[in-house]
Design a protein around this ligand. Structure first.
Ligand code: SF4
Length: 335
């Protein structure tokens, strides 16, 4: 088992994490991670049939930025690279979403489909290590790195590396990899622990949860950061226990129960209306059973009328004028 590029930033933040978590099975996939995988698969194959409305929009935004900014020859998609150290040992693997060729340059392009910005290419070990591994194979004069994150910006975040830059980064990368292979030092932080498979049982991570007892209540920013990490750790304990129970283990006082929730969407609604006519269902008594979420209407009009920004807002205001029920809720999020 070897580390992968996408984990390197958090291993840099906690050098001992690789050794702790390497033998722990992966945590259950979160809905956000599953959605990201689905969108990446569609970007790879062009088949969008499995995407929901929100994922369709993310897909289209990614494609729009790609077409506008990267009109180069496609070299490979979803290509996995491996890095071999000077002693001949394979020490890292990493998969690039897209590799494009432009004369004596290659472009490494990564899609990030989440709502939060990821570190820019020069601070992002996933991008830097992909640059090293792709350069080893293609030996271009220039390596262009680009992150397309359509919910953060309509412009890609880019960086350009010369062969000399890549060679320096390669040395730093070997140092980092050798460090994380041998280190036992655990350094908890939100960035390091959030996706660490060891967080449910790591004493250092639990130390952060316990520190909530002694933090001065008025230190809101520190407390909120700590709460966020504490919540992640608690979620990991729940997910770990559930995985064990699904595999047949007994946890005293708890059991797995199954409940079904059915939602009817799109074409289902028309079919139900047609079939229900025999039982007296008509548009007048059927519509009150249906709910339309404002965000879904906005996405649908954006796609059907090719509108965005202020124009889209005006169209929605015209359509929904004085209709609907609007509640104002306050929520706290990271600035
Ligand atoms: S839980 Fe946090 S502190 Fe513990 S090994 Fe993982 S990243 Fe390091």
């Amino acid at each position: 088992m070897i580390p992968t590029s996408s984990q390197l930033n958090r291993y840099e933040a906690c050098r001992g994490a690789w050794n702790v978590e390497r033998d722990i099975p992966p945590s259950p996939t979160t809905p956000d991670a599953a959605s990201g995988t689905t969108i990446h698969a569609a970007l790879d194959t062009g088949d969008t049939r499995s995407l929901d409305v929100d994922e369709q929009q993310t897909y289209q935004r990614c494609q729009e930025i790609l077409m506008r900014c990267f009109p180069y020859e496609m070299l490979s998609k979803e290509r996995r690279f491996f890095l071999v150290n000077p002693t001949g040992k394979t020490v890292l693997s990493g998969k690039a979403d897209l590799i494009q060729l432009d004369e004596d340059s290659i472009h490494i392009i990564e899609f990030k489909t989440g709502r939060n910005a990821v570190p820019p290419p020069m601070e992002n070990w996933q991008m830097l290590s992909l640059a090293v591994m792709a350069w080893e194979e293609y030996r271009p004069a220039w390596v262009h790195l680009a992150i397309i994150q359509p919910w953060v910006s309509f412009e890609p975040v880019t960086a350009v590396l010369t062969s000399h830059d890549v060679s320096q980064i390669k040395q730093q990368l070997f140092t980092l990899l050798s460090d994380i292979e041998t280190s036992t030092q655990r350094t908890p932080s939100l960035d390091a622990c959030r996706y660490c498979r060891a967080k449910a049982t790591c004493p250092k991570a639990w130390g952060i949860v316990k520190s909530l007892e002694t933090l001065p209540p008025a230190q809101w920013a520190v407390n909120l950061n700590t709460c966020e990490l504490a919540q992640d750790i608690i979620d990991a304990v729940r997910a770990g226990a559930k995985t064990l129970m699904l595999a047949g283990a007994k946890v005293p006082g708890y059991e797995i129960v199954y409940e079904q929730r059915t939602t009817y969407r799109g074409g289902d609604l028309q079919m139900i209306l047609n079939r229900g006519a025999f039982y007296g269902l008509n548009i007048g008594n059927f519509l009150p059973c249906c709910k339309l979420v404002a965000g879904d209407l906005r996405k649908t009009i954006a796609q059907s009328a090719y509108l965005k920004g202020a124009e889209l807002t005006r169209a929605i205001a015209t359509i929904t004028d004085d209709l609907g029920e609007t509640k104002t809720i306050s929520k706290m999020q990271r600035a």
